[in-house]
Design a binder for this molecule. Structure first.
Ligand SMILES: *Cc1c(COP(=O)(O)O)cnc(C)c1O
Length: 218
């Protein structure tokens, strides 16, 4: 019988972890279901997967309340840019945020946490390739942003990056790992369908895998 994409990705993850002398259980597989219909998500849920990621608040609001009501142990992460005016909605729906990237969002999230009476772990997104158009805070601004987040009581879980497209990603993963270590952080959200094995070898604790699980996006 042919392996499912989920089993295949899990195999590859386990192999990469073994080479790096890490435990596969220490690496969270965040299944990125953006643009995919609820039926596709349900397929993975029925195979027992429970950790998912979306990149837009509105799309997640349309798809997830129903799924969450039927699969109570689902964990949902936000991996895309978050507008400050959607902070309340994000805190209501998501269990982690991978895209904290600016002081104004620190303030908005701190307020949203207070209002909701709960916090969720946040990863600070770093513009690791120092690209003009890319989301994430500048490397030089990271210490200040981390200090602001900690002062505001935001639980900072680690760092997140999306390396530049079409170049070898490993040097960027290594740099993110170094920045995390320098700042006393252990969480590393890095690696996508094309490079999650390399990311695991360089210390990823959360890989964000979409197309390798769900097929190409239209
Ligand atoms: C879409 C997306 C992913 C998943 O990308 P794939 O190449 O489909 O695995 C991971 N991280 C972020 C931030 C994304 O927007």
């Amino acid at each position: 019988m042919a392996e499912t994409p989920l089993a295949e990705v899990r195999d590859h993850l386990a192999r990469a972890a073994k080479i790096a002398r890490r435990k596969p259980d220490d690496i969270a597989l965040v299944a990125i279901s953006k643009t995919k219909p609820a039926e596709d998500i349900e397929d993975l849920l029925q195979q027992g997967h429970r950790l998912f990621g979306e990149n837009r608040v509105q799309e997640a609001q349309a798809k997830w309340p129903d799924l969450k009501s039927r699969y109570l142990d689902v964990e949902l992460h936000l991996v895309g840019q978050l507008q400050s005016n959607k902070a309340d909605d994000a805190v209501a729906l998501f269990d982690a945020i991978h895209s904290l990237d600016r002081p104004s969002l620190v303030k908005a999230l701190a307020k949203a946490f207070e209002k909701a009476g709960r916090t969720v772990p946040c990863f600070v997104q770093v513009n690791i390739g120092e690209e003009e158009q890319k989301g994430g805070c500048a490397i030089a601004d990271l210490p200040n942003l981390l200090a602001e987040a900690r002062n505001a009581g935001i639980p900072v879980a680690g760092l997140m990056c999306v390396p530049p497209a079409d170049v070898e990603p490993s040097p960027y993963f290594a740099l993110l790992a170094k920045l995390a270590a320098d700042n006393g952080l252990t969480g590393l959200s890095m690696g996508m369908s094309s490079d999650y094995e390399a990311a695991v070898k360089l210390g990823a604790t959360h890989v964000r895998v979409g197309s390798a699980l769900f097929g190409a996006r239209g």
